[in-house]
Design a binder for this molecule. Sequence first.
Ligand code: DGL
Length: 302
Amino acid sequence: MTLAAADLGHLPVDRRPIGVFDSGLGGLTVARAIATALPRESIYYVGDTQRCPYGTRTEEEVRAYTLQAGRWLVERGVKIIVIACNTATASALTVAQRTFDVPVIGVIAPGARAAVHTTRSRRVGVLATNLTVRSGAYTRAIQAIDAGVRVFGCPASVFVDVVEDALASGDRLNQDWFEDKGVFMTPAVRGLVQQVVRPLEGHGIDTVVLGCTHFPLLAAPIQEALGSDVRIVSSAEETTSELIETLRRREQLAGSDAVARHRFATTSENIASFAVAGSFIFGKPLRSIEHIELNELEELRG
Ligand code: DGL
């Protein structure tokens, strides 16, 4: 059965929102891909901006934060959770799947699949946060599909700071910049990216996974630094395909006459800044944003 057939309205429908979670704004690259592919689905997005970055924290912290956000979303009636953060996926996907009654999808397995499908040299680089690289989650996920692929991790948490800093200066952002990604093609960013990706040189790598949901925003300087022979893959579209397949098989799509309603929540005190930067990444204005008190989250357990 195809998605079009499911969309005819003969199947059961489920209008509950899709929960999407990230440490901050980066997961909106995934939410954007979901909203584009599934225009009838409602999304409930949580960005734990106040405790971002996760990539330089301990696994225990990231696990606790992910379970809190997951519980918050479950209490709001989501039908599925997408952990749109590689760092949280690496540390907490398994425990979240064991904890919640709804299915939980991460971004690492889809990113790994895209890399394995793309590489010819069977040598893959992974650009990710320090914690994601240290966890070895990408190596395991890639080699579970093709044990002959060699994986080279490159810690790049500094890229998260570059993106967050640029997004914090919200008045400089506009849609044109997003479309051509020129916003990050400054001499300083290009120089930094060249330096950070250097360990990936000289290994015969032909494919690099952007193993952090912030990094698609830096795709232009990363591609320039790696050279045009290297293919860049990111997990947003692959994760969306997995989401569609899961909802379709479970007969939980919203149906062809559903009207999507997107809601956003952040632990940031600065809703205005989240709105500007978030709209830039999501590609549409974030109309409904609420603030979550950290106390409220900290009281929640998986
Ligand atoms: N969005 C996170 C990820 O995909 C990175 C940001 C962070 O360090 O919190 O890994």
